[in-house]
Design a protein around this ligand. Structure first.
Ligand code: MG
Length: 412
């Protein structure tokens, strides 16, 4: 039997902000994208704000209508990184197999350290208390025999709680939950499952496997193993980074791209999806490759080295420069693509440059991270650069969510 914990910091950004400003601790607090601008958006909120039905992603003015006394604060990502590291330090007293999932969640594998769910629960309780007293924030922890159910457990009761999902009780706890609570079941999978009459995880687990396979292909295997508690994926050791060789997307557009402006619109969309995937894996890229195929099906690829970065605007401008310098649009383009490579982990120390405006880069970095949070929750269309409104049809696809693009293989 495996014993795996999933620990999730409750209202992480807002909790950390409240610790830094104790005077707002007992008030409704929301961390907002940009409080100086009228268009600021809620990124996170504390428990008190939650009671006013404040939602992540809504505009500040909407939130203030529901709760006029709402205190809004700016995000401080450096603080969140520090707290995240402190939490990991506490986890590492119990296991060396700790796999972070985003900035405020981690799996901790206790297999071999404990011999029963009771012992695993006792460790979870100890971690919950230590985080509360040593860091001043609360976590909710799920204890189970696989990563997927452990994650469900940390969502099940919160804040400041422990939920144990064993091989004996998982049917009564997990199977009544809606399918979209399962990891990796996004809005499009949920929609498709619902249309097939599958609403709960239990219904998914009893759905005939061949039909899942026929409807979802490889994704069907995942749905099958996840819902039945058969996921065997290991918790990776702390510091383990499986660096991918490249991350890329390419797309064939619904009409030919006749000039640089057209290419710019499509490149905006695919570069954004590729950059988000890179940041999800906490990576920086040192090389950008663009792929251009014209209407006669002739393909060229061009690449350039860049100063290692995960900032969307820097990647995009490198890609656009490659297109500008290498293609004259005598023949229209049929498909274009971008691929990033030469990765290194983004938490490695880097050489600051006197040639770059590091202050504005840091701002850009925070902006990217804020937008990533929104897109993860509300889909790729929730925040978009204005250029994408100039040709909605050309820009109206979401490679990251819809899997409508060709995989990296295209570059091979
Ligand atoms: Mg959280």
């Amino acid at each position: 039997m495996r014993y795996i914990l999933h620990s999730d910091c409750n209202g992480f950004f807002a909790s950390v902000e409240c610790l830094h400003n104790p005077e707002i601790r007992n008030k409704p607090v929301a961390v907002c994208g940009d409080t100086d601008m009228r268009h600021g958006i809620i990124l996170a909120k504390n428990e008190i704000a939650k009671k006013f039905n404040i939602k992540t992603g809504e505009a500040i003015w909407q939130a203030k209508e529901k709760c006029p006394e709402l205190v809004t604060v700016k995000p401080h990502f450096d603080r969140y990184v520090r707290f995240s590291k402190e939490a990991t330090r506490i986890y590492s007293d119990y296991s060396d197999r700790i796999e972070p999932f985003g900035i405020d969640e981690s799996w901790i594998d206790l297999t071999g350290c404990v011999k029963s769910f009771e012992e695993a629960e006792a460790v979870a309780e100890e971690i919950r208390k230590r985080i509360k007293y040593e860091l001043g924030i609360t976590v909710s922890i799920g204890v189970s025999f696989n990563k997927i159910f452990a994650k469900l457990g940390s969502d099940y009761k919160k804040p400041d709680a422990v939920t144990v999902i064993t091989d004996k009780n998982y049917k009564s706890i997990v199977w009544g939950l809606p399918v979209e609570d399962l990891l990796n079941v996004g809005r499009s999978t949920k929609k498709k499952l619902n249309s097939m009459g599958v609403f709960t995880i239990g219904e998914l687990a009893s759905f005939p496997y061949p039909m899942l396979k026929a409807n979802f292909g490889k994704w069907g295997d995942m749905l099958y193993t996840f819902s039945r508690g058969l996921d065997m994926s290991p918790v990776k050791a702390l510091g383990f980074v499986n660096l991918p060789k490249s991350i890329g997307n390419s797309t064939t557009t619904h009409r030919d791209l006749v000039n640089f402006e057209d290419a710019k619109i499509v490149m905006n969309v695919i570069s954004d999806s590729v950059c988000r995937r890179m940041r999800e894996q906490s990576l920086c890229a040192g090389c950008v490759t663009v792929y251009l195929r014209d209407t006669t099906l002739t393909t060229i690829t061009r690449q350039c080295k860049i100063h290692s970065t995960h900032i969307s605007s820097e990647i995009l401008s490198a890609a656009l420069k490659l297109i500008k310098n290498n293609y004259n649009f005598e023949k229209p383009l049929r498909s274009i693509g971008i691929s990033l490579s030469d990765f290194k982990p983004d938490y490695e120390p880097e050489q600051l440059s006197i040639l770059r405006d590091e202050k504005s880069r840091k701002r850009q970095d925070s902006l990217d991270q804020s937008v990533d949070i929104l897109k993860k929750r509300f889909g790729s269309f929730c925040v978009r650069p204005a250029i994408l409104l100039s040709d909605r049809k050309l820009a109206g696809f979401s490679p990251k969510e819809e899997h409508t693009v060709h995989p990296v293989g295209y570059f091979g």
